[in-house]
Design a protein around this ligand. Sequence first.
Ligand code: TRP
Length: 454
Amino acid sequence: MAGRRELFGGRTAAILALAGSAIGLGNIWRFPYMVGQTGGAAFIIIYLASCLLLSLPIFLAEAIIGHRAQAGTFGAMERLAPGTKWKWLGLLTVLSPLVILSYYSVVGGWSIDYLWRSLSAGFRLGADGSVSSDFGRFITSPWVPLLCHTLFLGGCAWIVSAGVKSGIEKFNKVTMPLLFVLIVIIMVYSLSLPGASAGVEYLVKPDFSRITPSAVAAAMGQSFFSLSLGVGTILTYSSYIHEKENILVTGVGTVGFDLLFALIAGFAIMPAVFAAGIEPGAGPGLIFETLPYIFAKMGASAPWLSGAVAVLFFVTIVCAAFTSAISMFEVGVAYLVEQRGVSRRRATLLVFAATWLLGALCSLSFGPLSGVRFFGRTLFEFCDFLTSNFLMTFGGLLFVLFVGWKMPRAAVRDEFTSGGTSRFNAAVFDAFWFLLRYVAPLAIVVIFLTNFFA
Ligand code: TRP
């Protein structure tokens, strides 16, 4: 390709962008309730181990491919394994983030709508004790969710079209510190609520009897999901990291931020859930049901404060969704720009058009198109099922096998140790190599089987 590729400005910019991709609904909702359901502090200990021993090596494998090749998913495979079947892995990981982005943008759209509501009418309890947000009716009504999906995806297109440095890097540099500040404020509010201590206890009390093999698999799956592994976003972002930067430093930084955010989010969400007297076992969709209920309930005694926290909360959700969505958007754009010679603007438009269409169908699959089923699932459910259970794990497995078994050991070592200059990295390389070749592939197969059959 003619011309130089645009790169991130430095190590901090790279870590913030990667953390932006990783930190999302997985941290804010999925992690806290999994901790509660699966053994409290005991789960956190297993989760830490999974991050370190499993997801960090997988993350590094993806990062090494992108950093080494200095190209997006498809280009990386062509460069590192030209003329082989690995190009299919390149193609798969161009497509899978776009499928995720399509339905992710629908949820991003809902959060924009909820931000708007928290700014305007706020959330109130009705006479029957239900909350005014009325999630079920909202998502089945065709027009507003479609409009919000369009707004959300349009926002992503706007950021991505501005480029790697002045679009993606700049947005993450402003948004990521803001996200941390916001979640800490929400945590402080949540911990100050009467009855909050039950939520704290729920998170910190270890219950080792609940640590079963399936809890371990759940922890591994959660750390895999939370780090956005297996779909080529980490690979693509890493290809924008300067050659002289070390990949282990970036990886440890990103995993550390992701973990820290998940823990703070746990202490922001669960105390409020307990203070409102709600059962904590709900799934990701309930951000739009349980939390508005909490805001409405708290609002009865302190409307101003609860209203303000509701706004901050939905700002957090919208920002976290944007920073993740642009990382998926960029994978498709990188492919079109690098492999097809399309201009960045045009590439952005093409990705927007394709994902808007699929996303619009996903959005409508809650209402008018709810009768159209794929293997018994609506289109939204099917896209989610396909990507979470198949494409992410399959992609992750192939990336790990590629680095562990296809790339020459010397090349991987060279990346890992910055050409042998880092003594610490050289000392831990053998451990990394072992985890990557044997532990990670096996663990991914376990995650896959539990996702699929459990
Ligand atoms: N990591 C994101 C979260 O914690 C979700 C996610 C999974 C993701 N796979 C991804 C984000 C791929 C971007 C790209 O919410």
